[in-house]
Design a protein around this ligand. Sequence first.
Ligand code: COA
Length: 329
Amino acid sequence: MCESIPAMILGTGRAVPDKILTNHDLEKIVDTSDQWIKERSGIERRHILEDGKTNSDLASLASQRALEDAGVKPEELDFIIVATITPDYTFPSTAAQIQAKIGAVNAAAFDISAACSGFIYGLSIADSLIKAELANRVLVIGSEMLSRITDWEDRSTCVLFGDGSGAAVLGPAEGNRGILSSYIKSDGKLGNLLIMPGGGATHPATHETVDKRMHYIKMEGREVFKHAVRAMRDAALHALDLAGITSEELDLLIPHQANVRIIDAIASRLKLPDEKVYINIQEYGNTSAASIPLALDEARRTGKLKQGDLCLLVAFGGGFTWGSALIRM
Ligand code: COA
C-alpha cells in the first residue's frame, strides 16, 4: 500500500489593524494598571479593527499575502478553512466571504468553531484532505475580531484580547518536510468556563440579553488557566510522542498566546530555553484562532523559523478544545 503524503506549509501571511490600544489607554477605561496587566498576562498593547471593517476584510489581506508567499493563485485553491469565533455573520460563513473577496472560484469554503485551538484544528483537517488526495491546495486561516465581543466594562477580560488575522497555504509535502504529527481534542463539559452566552440560537438577541451583557466573552480566568497549562503540556508531549521526536530536537515552540505565565510553564515542562519559544503576546494580546498563524508568519518572515526547522504548535481554548501540530518547515 502507498503511504499517504502529508501536508506542508507553502506560504504564510498576516494582517493586523493599525489602531493600537495600550495598557495605559485601558487605565482610562477600567480600574486596572499597566503593571497588573503586564505582570499577570505579559500583554502591553493590542490591535483593534476600525469600525466599518470586517473580519473577512482583514483575513482576505492575510490570505493574499500567504498566497503570494506560496506562489499559489486564488483559483488553484481547493478548500478555504476559516477558524474563528467572531465570524462576519452567523451565516453565511466567513470562509465564503473570503472566497468571494480573493476570487478563489474553485474552492469549497467553510468555518470551524474551535476557539483558540481553531488554527490547529484547521491544519489537521487540511492535512487529512491532502493525505486523502481530496485536495492539492488548502488555505487555512485563523482570524478574530475579539474587540467586537469584548465587554469593555469587565476588567477581568477586556485587558486580554485583540484583533488579527493569519493564514497558511498548504500542499503535499516534499522530501522530509511537512506535518509530522497532529493531535486535537475537546471536552464540552467545561464549556461554561469560557463562553459568549448570547447571540446563538439558545439566547438570540433580545433587549434582555443585551441588558444582561450576554453578547460578550465571559471567562473564569483562574480555572481556565489551570486547564490550559495541563492540556497544552499534554498536547505538546503527545505530538512529540506520535512522531518519535524529543523536545531537545525542537527548533521552535509556537504556543497559543493567552498568557505569558502559561507559555513559561509549558516551556519549562519541555525544558526549552527562551530562544526556542516564540512570544509576541506583548504586541497583540490574545487573538484566539489568529494567535498561532500570526506568530508563525512573523517567525518565518523574521528568519526565526527557517526551511528544515522543526516547529511545534500548541493551543488551548473555549469548548474546551486543545491540540498540537509538529511540523518540519
Ligand atoms: N486589573 C487589575 N486587577 C484585576 C484585573 C485587572 N484587569 N482583573 C482582575 N483583577 C483582580 C481580581 O479582581 C482579583 O482581585 P481579588 O484578589 O481582590 O479578588 C485579582 O486581580 C486576581 O485575579 P485573578 O483572576 O485570580 O488573576 P489571575 O492571576 O488568575 O490572572 C488572568 C487573570 C485572566 C490573566 C489569568 O487567569 C488567565 O490568563 N487565565 C487564562 C486565560 C486563558 O488562558 N485563556 C485561554 C483560552 S483563550
